[in-house]
Ligand binder design. Structure first.
Ligand code: PLP
Length: 397
């Protein structure tokens, strides 16, 4: 169970590590020393699982999608992270990290957010735990995702619009790291995906691994065996995908398909398909694949999906794709929107546009499926936040 896990230096193959400014060195090092003893303690586990159950509403259902199964010629099960409190998988991680922050004696929480989902999930747990909360968000996203900004403010968080660069997620991350440099003593940075300097990718993957832990016993209960033939998930930074595949990484019976955001297409400048188009580089404290210009400047990501709009990728996913453990498909905007409508009409589930990318991958891989094959696809979030985007897009096609 160790082949694809992080090594003691914080690397997944040659990706990962902790490339941080000198001033954060102690802070990151303290976290590296502290996180495993804390999250493996009985006390942490008890509190974490209690909150997941009573506050988040876990376990999330594993739902047999009959009509979609017929459509794609397989036995399709949907892992319903969209039914979690606050509407996505992100809260699994923020619950875990705020407990970690508390146990490390931190009193102030900061976070970055793109679409606002991680900001809302962070503001939510800060209200729950009575912690001071400040969220960094690109000014462009503050406008695009206004309801989530209002939700964060209602929850008591301070939202700082970031006006550097393209004023989106990548700039919000940089600004959060800058703030952390100024307050290393009292502040805990809750990172929202399997990205950032070691140990964040490992922390976030462990917090989200509850998804595959549940898939195992839920499959056992439903079909009498605890593994599927195929797993499917979308990847932005990679957290819902990491959680979906975590307990199956060393199980060769399970094939893994991941969907990244192709935007207008991987042969255009308007894409967020980092694993197709990125080159090795360093972004937000980790060595990984980065979309960059010829002279090494970070290239703006483009996709209809605010939650996948990131020019990097978690280092574990760069490694998994390179070793061939995962197969990554680029899904374009139009394919995702079509798949979102299809799931809505066939199953009565409106997925987040991020999750619709995973649904769209079915069309591209269905030639692998036999009718008896078990496919588990994670619906990372609900589409309530995306209704306008769905409707506006439909008018254009
Ligand atoms: C944030 C988000 C994603 C992308 O983030 P990952 O870390 O790759 O999971 C996907 N789906 C939803 C619903 C999100 O909110």
């Amino acid at each position: 169970m160790k082949k694809y896990q992080v090594d003691p230096q914080g690397f997944f193959g040659r990706y990962g590590g902790a490339y941080v400014p000198e001033i954060l060195y102690k802070c990151v090092h303290d976290l590296q020393d502290a996180y495993l003893p804390i999250i493996e303690s009985d006390e942490f586990r008890r509190e974490y699982h209690q909150l997941l159950k009573d506050y988040v509403g876990r376990p999330s259902p594993l739902y047999f999608a009959r009509r979609m199964s017929e459509r794609y010629g397989c036995q399709l099960y949907l892992k319903r992270e969209d039914l979690n409190h606050t509407g996505a998988h992100k809260i699994n991680n923020t619950i875990g990290q705020i407990l970690l922050a508390q146990k490390m004696g931190k009193t102030r929480i900061i976070a970055e957010t793109g679409a606002g989902q991680h900001g809302v999930a962070t503001a939510t747990v800060c209200a729950l735990m009575n912690m001071k909360c400040e969220i960094f968000m690109g000014a462009t996203d503050v406008e695009r995702q206004h309801t989530n900004v209002e939700r964060m403010r209602m929850l008591g968080a301070e939202v700082h619009p970031v006006r550097t660069g393209n004023m989106t997620l990548s700039d919000a991350c940089s600004e959060a790291i800058r703030d952390w440099c100024c307050h290393p003593q009292d502040t805990f940075y809750i990172v929202g995906s399997t990205m950032g300097p070691h140990p964040y990718p490992d922390i976030v993957a462990r917090m989200q691994s509850v998804i595959s832990e549940e898939i195992k016993w839920q499959l056992q209960e439903k079909i009498g065996r605890d593994y599927p033939d195929y797993l499917v998930a979308c990847v932005g930074g990679g957290s819902n995908a990491a959680g979906t595949i975590y307990h199956y990484l060393d199980d060769d019976r399970v094939q893994i398909f991941l969907a990244e955001a192709g935007g207008h297409g991987i042969d255009t400048d308007h894409t967020a398909a980092t694993m197709h188009c990125g080159r090795e580089g360093i972004i937000h404290g980790a060595r990984t694949l980065v979309m960059q210009t010829d002279n090494g400047q970070i290239q703006e990501a483009f996709t209809i999906s605010a939650g996948l709009d990131y020019p990097g990728i978690g280092p574990m996913h760069a490694h998994l794709a390179e070793t061939g453990r995962t197969q990554v498909l680029a899904i374009n905007d139009d394919e995702a929107i079509r798949a979102g409508y299809e799931l809505t009409r066939l199953e009565g589930i409106i997925p987040a546009i991020e999750s619709a990318h995973a649904v769209a991958a079915l069309e591209k891989v269905k030639h692998h499926f036999k009718p008896e094959d078990i496919v588990v696809l994670t619906i990372s979030g609900r589409g309530d936040k995306d209704i306008e985007t769905y409707l506006n897009y439909k008018l254009e096609i």
